[in-house]
Design a protein around this ligand. Structure first.
Ligand SMILES: Cc1ncc(COP(=O)(O)O)c(C=O)c1O
Length: 428
C-alpha cells in the first residue's frame, strides 16, 4: 500500500518530542549550504563503476567515502557502535552475568563474531534459519529463542546441532520435546534445550507446575539435555520510566526465578536463566537468579528506545548512542517548503506509532509512500537541495535492518567496511 503518507496529530507530537530529545545530534553534513552547485551535493566525482568495483572487492577501508554509498543505505557509526558494545560488555562483566546478545537485531555474522570477541558467550537467534546462517559463518554458543516446531524444523534443528553442537533449542511443549528427542535419537545426537518460560504473554510454558512437569519430562528423555531457562519479558522492555520498568521486570521475572529454584530443589539442574532486554539490562542484572542477559537493540538503538527514560537521565534514555541510521538522498524539491527523499516504507520499518527522526533536529520527516519520504523544516527556510544527503534514525531497528542486504560501517566520513546482513529475511 502506498497511501499512508499523512501523519496524525499524535504521531506528530510524539515525533516532535523525540526531536527535542535529540538536540545533541550533529547536523547532517551539507545541510547548511543553500545554492545548488553544478555537481549535485553528495554525489561523487568518481564513476559509479569505479565505486561498485571497490564495494564488490570487499576491501573498502580508506577507499570509499560515506556519501558514495547508494541510497537508501543502512549506515553504522562504528565509534558509537563500539562504545555501545563496550558499555554492555563491561556492565555484564561487572554484574557477573553472561551476555548473549540477540542476533535478531543485527542479522550480521560479522557483528555476532565481533560481540563474541568482545566477551559475549555466543549469540541468540530468533529463528532456526537465522541460527543456520550464524553457524555457517562460524558463530558458536547459539541460543535459538523460538521453538523448532514441526517435522521440517526439527529435522533442521538436528542438522544444525551437527554443525554447531553447543546450540541450545527452546522448548515449551511436551509433544515437541518428544519429537525433538526422537529425531535426535535417529541421528544419534544429543540436543541441548532450554525451557522457554512464558513470562510476558508470548511463547513459553507457564512458570510453576506446568514448567516443572515439562522439565521433568525433558529430564527423562535421553537425547535431550536441559541446559537452562529462557525467559524474555518483552513487555517490560519499553515501559517508560526506569523505576516503573524495574517494577514491571521484577514482577514478570519473579515467577521464572521461583521456577528455577523449584527445579533445582527437585534435582533438575538449570545452570542458567537467560533474559533481559536493552530496556532492562541494568535491572535484570540485579535480580538474583538471572544469570545471562540477551539484549539486542543496545548496539544500534532506535527512536523507540530513545524515549523510555533512563536510570539517571529522566525522560530520555542516553545509555547507548544512535549508531544506526538510514542515509537518504533528496530527489525532488517540488516547493520551497518541502523536499522529497528516496526513503519511505521500504527503507524504514513502520511498525511503530511514531515516525523516523532526522538527525538534523531542524528537519521533520513524514512518509511519502513506499519509496519516498517528505522533509520540512521546523526552523527557518528549508535549505536542502536536490542531491543533498540526510541521515534518519529508524523508529525500530530490528525490522529496519531486515530491509537491507548490507551495512555500511563508517568512521567519520570514511566507509571502513561493508558487512553483509546475511540473515536478512531469515524468518523461518
Ligand atoms: C527473545 C528475545 N530476547 C531478547 C530480545 C532483545 O530485546 P531488545 O532488542 O529490546 O534489547 C528480544 C527482542 O525482541 C527477544 O525477542
Amino acid at each position: 500500500m502506498d497511501n499512508r503518507a499523512s501523519m496524525d496529530t499524535g504521531a506528530f507530537l510524539a515525533n516532535r518530542t523525540s526531536i527535542s530529545n535529540r538536540r545533541h545530534f550533529l547536523r547532517a553534513a551539507g545541510a547548511a549550504a543553500v545554492t545548488a552547485p553544478a555537481l549535485l551535493r553528495g554525489a561523487s566525482t568518481r564513476s559509479w563503476t569505479e565505486i561498485e568495483r571497490i564495494l564488490a572487492s570487499g576491501n573498502v577501508k580508506g577507499r570509499v567515502a560515506r556519501d558514495e554509498a547508494p541510497t537508501p543505505a543502512l549506515m553504522l557509526d562504528l565509534d558509537l557502535f563500539e562504545a555501545n558494545v563496550k558499555k554492555m560488555v563491561a556492565h555484564a562483566r561487572a554484574s557477573n552475568r553472561a551476555l548473549r546478545p540477540h542476533g535478531k537485531t543485527h542479522k550480521c555474522p560479522e557483528i555476532a563474531r565481533y560481540l563474541v570477541k568482545q566477551g559475549a558467550a555466543g549469540a541468540c537467534a530468533a529463528k532456526l534459519s537465522e541460527a543456520e546462517v550464524f553457524a555457517a559463518h562460524g558463530v558458536r554458543g547459539l541460543l535459538v529463542t523460538t521453538a523448532a516446531v514441526g517435522k521440517y524444523k526439527i529435522e533442521r534443528a538436528v542438522r544444525l546441532a551437527g554443525v554447531a553442537p553447543d546450540t541450545i533449542f527452546s522448548v515449551d511443549n511436551a509433544r515437541n520435546a518428544q519429537e525433538l528427542n526422537d529425531a535426535a535419537a535417529a541421528a544419534k545426537r544429543k540436543l541441548w534445550v532450554a525451557l522457554d518460560l512464558c513470562v510476558s504473554g508470548r511463547t513459553g510454558v507457564m512458570p510453576g507446575v506446568p514448567a516443572v512437569a515439562l522439565a521433568e519430562q525433558i529430564a527423562r528423555l535421553p537425547h535431550l539435555q536441559l541446559k537452562g531457562i529462557q525467559a524474555y519479558a518483552g513487555s517490560a522492555a519499553h515501559v517508560k520510566g526506569w523505576q516503573k520498568r524495574r517494577d514491571t521486570s521484577l514482577a514478570l521475572m519473579t515467577p521464572a526465578i521461583e521456577t528455577r529454584a523449584e527445579l533445582n530443589k527437585r534435582g533438575i539442574q538449570t545452570p542458567w536463566l537467560s533474559g533481559g532486554s536493552t530496556g532492562t539490562y541494568n535491572i535484570d542484572s540485579n535480580i538474583d537468579g538471572i544469570t545471562e542477559l540477551q539484549p539486542g537493540s543496545f548496539m544500534f538503538m532506535d527512536t523507540d528506545y530513545n524515549v523510555i527514560g533512563g536510570k539517571e537521565t529522566g525522560e530520555s534514555y542516553t545509555d547507548f548512542g544512535n549508531a544506526l541510521t538510514i542515509l537518504a538522498t533528496v530527489v525532488s524539491r517540488p516547493a520551497d517548503e518541502h523536499v522529497i527523499i528516496d526513503s519511505g516504507f521500504k527503507a524504514m520499518a513502520t511498525d511503530r506509532s511514531f515516525l523516523p527522526v532526522p538527525k538534523d533536529p531542524e528537519l521533520k520527516f513524514s512518509f511519502g509512500g513506499d519509496e519516498h519520504g517528505k522533509l520540512v523544516s521546523t526552523g527557518g527556510a528549508l535549505k536542502l537541495q536536490v542531491g543533498d544527503r540526510v541521515e534518519i534514525i529508524a523508529p525500530h531497528c530490528d525490522p529496519t535492518v531486515n530491509l537491507y542486504d548490507r551495512l555500511y560501517c563508517t568512521r567519520g566520513n570514511a566507509v571502513e567496511a561493508v558487512w553483509s546482513i546475511a540473515a536478512r529475511g531469515m524468518s523461518q
